[in-house]
Design a protein around this ligand. Sequence first.
Ligand code: PMP
Length: 446
Amino acid sequence: MQWPNDYVFYRVPGRHYPTVDHAEGVYIWDTTGKKYLDGSGGAAVVTVGHGVREIVDAMTRQALKVAYVHGTHFTSEAAKECAERLCRLVADDSLSRVYFVSGGSEAVESAMKIARQYWEEVGERDRYKMISRWTSFHGNTMGAVALGGNTGRRRFYHPIMIHNPHIMPCYCYRCPFRKDPEVCDLECAEQLERTIKYEGPETVAAFIAEPVVGASGGVIVPPDGYWQRIREICDHYRVLLIADEVMTGVGRCGRNFALDIWRVVPDIIVLAKGLSSGYAPLGAMIVKDFIYKAIISGSGSFLHGHTYGQNPVSVAAGAAVLKYLERHRLIERVGQIEKVFREKLSTLESFEIVGDVRCIGLFAGIEFVANKKTRKTFNPALKVAHRVFNEAFHRGLITYPGTGGADGIRGDHILLAPPYIITEEQIDEMVGILHDSIKVVEDSIL
Ligand code: PMP
């Protein structure tokens, strides 16, 4: 049925949004019959692929049994299963308590609040500051916007944001310290120590960062040693380390969690997206025992809660996705196909406007530059990433675009994060469309 009127509040009013019809595997079809390769899994969400019958069946079974209860009154077998499966994925047994919410922003807010409450419970009431990084994204709720370091996303909200210290990102392609990664002494990590000292260690509650920066920078992979040094600094000053694995968690980078790559264990993990592969709104916060215990033996409860926290249908989706990933060894598959993905995408480096192609697991960022030698960014008004996105979309490939910073601090980029079931032929299809799309945009600019 077609609706005669349209009351939907569109994200970009005036833009044409095709009406989606159905999806299967790595493909989505709109109501005109046009087919799209879901090259970005939406916003780095889809892990197991679209239309997996057994996940839908698990959700249906749960909805028919009981679709909703409030977390004040009940838990569910699905919540217990999802939490247990998640805890089996984390590298350290001490990360053993899972708090379910509806998405990434809620998970970040939960982490901010539990970090603050923890310090209250243990009597260090002056610890309230959260340090985060520029060129990062942590969500769209006000706490998460304040922690975020995406200048464009922050600009309207300064008067109503909490003010927390930000440190520089570990963005080797545009090193904020103008150093060469080979000999940089990890100045970007050292900045955390300096900031903790300036702020006063006794006032700092937590440091939060994405292990690999996603939407705000286009897959910024840290140099080796970065995360180990960050962990050391947090340990030394007893600052809680929060890993925002909303994009990277549950296999996106080829390991269960991205921090596993550097063998670093955070105190709190926040995740969402890939956990339910988009089948239902679901996010989670996993905390270490000592935080949970401090709350139990202190005021007795986490002073927080959302109406849809631990929603039975959402956690049933999460449990089914985790089971599916395990049974089909899909996280291992990400590690296996990473090389092919990287090699095929690297052919895009031949374009004049492609400055950097970054890839880890099935997570890639293509950064566009006005000058390859100087790495000068495009004027954001040119909307280069969005033009590439539009050309690709028109040709049936979905990517996720990000506009650069006005002052050259961040480049225009597109993000790719296909479902873990993508085949080599489908990667070829993706790269072929990217070549055609980038060529059209490059020809129109140069
Ligand atoms: N953290 C990170 C790293 C993200 O990429 C996102 C979403 N792009 C969020 C938090 C917020 O998640 P959500 O959109 O589910 O609220």
